[in-house]
Design a binder for this molecule. Structure first.
Ligand code: OTU
Length: 645
């Protein structure tokens, strides 16, 4: 660090500290803690902010206001959360435990209201949940609001399902159950009905500067030379003409979602306050939505810019100071080289694992594991203090975000392969078992993504329709095998609720005009509690899928090898078998999975070499196997083999 920077970093800290005295008067203990944390984070926070906003004439004003609001938030932080902060500071890697199981749900579809969620706590217990993500539940415009991702206020809950007080109450009830509450932080945009947007529409220049708003097409045209259309079926281009103000507004997603302007330090500060507001309601993990898009730079595609990382890192530092137990989960569904850049203890401790998700579906279609084996060997590793969040399905589409060079390396043509996968999962490819729908087909680029539920994409819908017991059986096996991987490969497994019963596509969204154009509604379905409560027959498909999931979860929780840490892919020398070894806490477990409907064998030689032993106990079948004859795997069978000591 240069001498100049050193002096000014220090000087600014002292100036800021002197401004805090009044705020903390009579609360020496709170001040001591705050000061300690502020000092610890100061260097990096100051550096980032200086980089981002140092050229603004009023930089110090913003700096001071930012720290003042963080201090206010710390003073207001409920004591129960301060206790949690202390617990987490003593065990910062708590989320890496094999005991962790995540789930995600839409409150309105699952239980109608937040208060009704309390009735389902026994259900969460049965699933062994420790992490519960409630899909965006904020105040939103009526009609189409992108499934809650067009937020009109980060401080108000959609009145149809409850209030912010309900959230605070729920978070503490869940915490007592050992479940961390996860909410979205829609960081890239607000709805056009947010009070900032309303004021901007009224002509208030201060608030127009909260967004990227342009008087004519000069800059939009220049930007657009390099931009990708994210929702091409909504609109061509990333800008929306607003008749009222007679200007162009940057809208990466839907036209009613206005991108926030982080060039403006006012926006950075305002969002920092919203973030800490949520943290003080007891939210333990914030899912940072659409992070790649938050910083724009002319001449680039305006995704994954270095400043996007700086903004998140600055928020991370603020969280460490004013709400230290808060974690961030990155939602970057982009090229794997970019996904990984958001993952760091000083940025996002957690991240969705879109590559694993996409490649599991890829392997299921091809029955081959070459691509997943190559890509996981190369890309699964992340910093030791972080974790993947592994999932099969979520509320969004499946995008084929694997790296083209990875594919070429194993002689797969990436363009042709994506076309094949889209044909396969929309059921057009001859012999396909899947029943998905296209999402956001772009005729110009040929890009397409896939919607559909886990069960429908894995063949259950087809099997049931054809009343073919063999197809049904195979589909169930596929679902369970995929799940075994998500539970064992390393990271927090995330269940998209509904999936635990193997729910099928729901085509009724076609008749709702606010949803009909967005095929993702096919896999956003209402929970049928009446039906489930009647199912007691373990032979029923739903019950089998559910029971098997619970069984696997319970086994996972007993295996210290499955806590986060290394995962070593090994070559099975069988194109249908994926093999990896997990080793942790003195335990070594070898996972082998068959991605084909035909029986396969892991050779004796491979078994011995990677099993590092002769005799193995399989936690799934509760049997012991010896390496002598190699390992025989039935259709879609998998093993969790512990080397006998
Ligand atoms: C997210 O997804 C949400 O998950 C979506 O439900 C929202 O519609 C969207 O943001 C806007 O808020 O394009 O198809 O990595 O790929 O953030 C999903 C960036 C999406 C995007 C991702 C986005």
């Amino acid at each position: 660090m240069s001498e100049w920077l050193k002096i000014h970093t220090e000087r600014s800290l002292n100036r800021v500290l002197s401004r805090l005295e009044e705020l903390f008067s009579g609360n020496a203990e709170a001040f001591t803690i705050f000061e300690k944390r502020l000092k610890k984070e100061w260097k990096r926070l100051f550096n980032i902010l200086l980089n981002l906003y140092g050229s603004h004439y009023d930089f110090f004003y913003h700096l001071e206001m930012l720290i003042l609001s963080a201090a206010k938030s710390w003073i207001e932080r409920p004591s129960s959360l301060k206790e949690l902060d202390a617990i987490r500071e003593a065990d910062p890697l708590w989320f890496q435990s094999e005991k962790n199981i995540g789930a995600v749900l839409y409150v309105d579809l699952f239980s109608d209201s937040i208060s009704n969620l309390h009735e389902h706590i026994t259900y969460f217990r049965e699933l062994g949940l420790t992490y519960l993500h409630l899909m965006p539940l904020y105040l939103v415009p009526r009609g189409d609001n992108d499934g809650g991702y067009a937020v009109s206020s980060y401080r108000a809950v959609n009145p149809m399902i409850g209030t912010m007080d309900d959230i605070a109450e729920l978070s503490s009830i869940l915490r007592k159950e050992g479940i961390s509450l996860v909410l979205d932080f829609v960081i890239n945009h607000t709805s056009d009905e947010h009070e900032w947007a309303i004021k901007a529409k009224e002509g208030d220049i201060f608030y127009q500067e909260f967004y990227h708003i342009f008087p004519d097409r000069t800059l939009p045209d220049q930007y657009e030379n390099n931009l990708r259309d994210i929702f091409p079926s909504v609109r061509k281009g990333s800008f929306t003409w607003h008749e009222g103000i007679g200007k162009w507004v940057w809208t990466t997603f839907n036209s009613f979602q206005w991108d926030l302007n982080y060039f403006n330090p006012e926006v950075f500060r305002a969002m920092s306050e919203e973030l800490l507001f949520l943290a003080n309601r007891g939210v333990e993990v914030l899912r940072l939505d659409a992070v790649p898009f938050i910083w724009k730079r002319l001449g680039t595609n305006c995704e994954n810019q270095p400043e996007a990382h700086m903004i998140i890192q600055a928020y991370n530092a603020i969280a460490r100071i004013a709400a230290p137990s808060l974690l961030f989960k990155s939602e970057a569904i982009v090229h794997p080289d970019e996904v990984i850049k958001y993952i760091a203890p000083y940025e996002c401790q957690l991240s969705y694992n879109p590559l694993l998700m996409a490649l599991l579906w890829e392997s299921l279609a091809t029955r081959e594991v070459r691509l997943i084996e190559y890509a996981m060997r190369k890309r699964h590793r992340i910093p030791d203090e972080c974790s993947w969040v592994n999932y099969l399905r979520c509320h969004d589409d499946i995008g084929w975000t694997f790296d083209d060079e990875d594919a070429r390396h194993i002689n797969i043509d990436p363009i042709g392969h994506r076309k094949f996968l889209n044909d396969f999962y929309t059921g057009q490819f001859p012999g396909s078992f899947a029943r998905g729908l296209p999402f956001q087909f772009d005729p110009d680029s040929g890009d397409q993504r896939i919607s559909g539920t886990l069960a429908s994409l894995a063949g259950l819908e087809q099997g049931l329709q054809r009343k073919d017991p063999l197809l049904i059986e195979i589909a169930i096996k596929r679902i369970i095998m995929l799940r075994s991987i998500v539970l064992s490969i390393g990271g927090i497994p995330l269940i998209y609720l509904g999936e635990e019963w193997g729910i099928l596509n729901d085509y009724t969204y076609f008749s709702d005009s606010s949803k009909a154009k967005d095929s993702r509604w096919i896999h956003r379905t209402k929970t049928k509690w009446d039906d489930y409560s009647k199912i007691h027959d373990p032979a029923r498909i739903e019950m089998r899928i559910f029971n098997e999931l619970v069984r696997l979860i319970n086994i996972r929780k007993k295996l210290s090898a499955f806590q986060d840490g290394g995962m070593e892919i090994f070559s099975t020398e069988n194109p249908h078998l994926l093999g990896y070894v997990r080793q942790n806490g003195g335990q070594r477990v070898m996972v082998v999975s068959n991605f084909s409907e035909h029986p396969q064998t892991l050779s004796e030689n491979r078994f011995r070499m990677h099993g590092l032993g002769y005799s193995f106990y399989d936690h799934i079948t509760d049997k012991t196997y010896t390496a002598g004859q190699g390992l025989y795997l039935d259709s879609y069978q998998f093993f969790w083999l512990e080397t006998a000591k």
